[in-house]
Design a protein around this ligand. Structure first.
Ligand SMILES: [Zn+2]
Length: 131
């Protein structure tokens, strides 16, 4: 392991020494004073956090209701998105959607040509009227 890898795992190592990467980390620490210093900082931080008082706070009743409602709404929205995605992935829907898109594109193309033709016709009439 190099310094970058070791530093990535140091917070977990401080929390739970003897994890799956402990041997590799300890081997690196035995040769790298910079990472040992970094480990010292994490240990100091952990000790400082342990001195902070812990308090259980009972949430107000209105907050619990709001949170529950929000979670239910998000779950329903996620379910709706999943259902829509499944429907869109259906081959029948893809073919139908492609046909509709082709139809709309064709209609826009025809409409554009008619409009261009009308403009040319109007200009021609105006030119005739001026002549
Ligand atoms: Zn190192």
């Amino acid at each position: 392991m190099d310094c970058r890898e070791v530093r990535e795992y140091l917070p977990a190592y401080v929390d739970e020494a003897g994890g799956p990467r402990a041997q590799s980390i300890e081997m690196h620490l035995s040769t790298c004073p910079e990472c040992r210093t970094e480990l010292g900082h994490f240990r100091e931080m952990k000790d400082a956090l342990a001195t902070l008082p812990a308090r259980m706070i009972e949430p107000p009743a209105w907050l619990l209701g709001t949170l529950t409602e929000t979670v239910v709404q998000k779950a329903a929205r996620r379910e709706a998105i999943r259902n829509t995605a499944e429907k869109l992935a259906d081959p029948k829907v893809i073919v139908t959607g492609s046909l509709v898109a082709a139809g709309v594109a064709g209609a826009l193309l025809i409409r554009g040509r008619r409009r261009r033709r009308r403009t040319v016709t109007r200009r021609f009439r105006e030119a005739l009227a001026e002549a």
